[in-house]
Design a protein. Structure first.
Length: 187
C-alpha cells in the first residue's frame, strides 16, 4: 500500500506541469480524533465501562477474601479447642469444603477477569473503530465537496504513520474538518 502511494507521489512529481490543476489536501486524523467531541464522549463511556468491570472484580475479590477469613477463623478456633474425634472430623470436613470453595472461587474469578477484560476490549475497539470510520467518511465527503482530488493523512504527532511526508501546495483541512464535524453532529 505504501509502495503504491510512493509510486503515485513520484508520478505526480514527474507530471507536475500537466497536473497543475490537481488539488491536494492533508488532514491530521490523529488531531481530528483528539478534538472530535465524540472521542471525548467515547472516553467517558470507556471509563464508565472500565470502572464497572473493576468494581465487579473487586467485589468478587472481597468475597474471596471473606472466604479466606472464614478459613483462618476456623483454623484459630480449631487450635484453641480440644475436640473429640467426631467433632474434629466434622471440623476437618468443613475446613476442606471451605478450602475447595476458595479454590473454585479463585479459578472462577480468574476466568471471569479474562472474560470481562476481553469483552471490555471488544467494546472499546468497536467504539474507537466506529468513530474512526465516521471521521474517515466525513473527510472523504469534505474532500469531495471542496473539490480536492486527493486527501492524505499527515500526522504531526506520528509522522511515521502518515500516508505522506510532504506534499507541495497541499491544503491542510484538519481545522475545518474538526470544526465541521463538531458542529454538524451536534445539530
Amino acid at each position: 500500500m505504501k509502495n503504491l502511494l510512493w509510486i503515485l507521489v513520484a508520478s505526480f512529481a514527474l507530471l507536475q506541469p500537466a497536473l497543475a490543476q490537481v488539488k491536494v489536501a492533508v488532514v491530521d486524523i490523529d488531531k481530528v480524533l483528539e478534538e472530535y467531541y465524540k472521542t471525548a464522549e467515547a472516553k467517558v463511556k470507556i471509563d464508565a465501562m472500565t470502572l464497572k468491570v473493576k468494581n465487579k472484580i473487586e467485589s468478587e475479590q472481597d468475597r474471596g477474601l471473606a472466604m479466606l477469613d472464614e478459613i483462618q477463623k476456623l483454623q484459630a478456633k480449631a487450635k484453641t479447642m480440644n475436640p473429640d474425634q467426631a467433632t474434629a472430623e466434622k471440623m476437618k470436613r468443613e475446613f476442606d469444603e471451605k478450602v475447595r470453595a476458595v479454590k473454585a472461587h479463585s479459578e472462577n474469578l480468574e476466568a471471569e477477569k479474562k472474560d470481562l477484560s476481553s469483552k471490555l476490549q471488544k467494546q472499546i475497539s468497536r467504539l474507537n473503530e466506529n468513530i474512526l470510520l465516521e471521521v474517515c467518511a466525513y473527510v472523504k465527503k469534505y474532500g469531495e465537496t471542496q473539490g480536492f482530488d486527493f486527501v492524505f493523512n499527515q500526522s504531526e504527532k506520528n509522522p511515521g504513520a502518515s500516508d505522506v511526508m510532504y506534499v507541495k501546495n497541499a491544503t491542510d483541512i484538519t481545522a475545518p474538518v474538526v470544526k465541521a464535524l463538531n458542529e454538524t453532529d451536534k445539530k
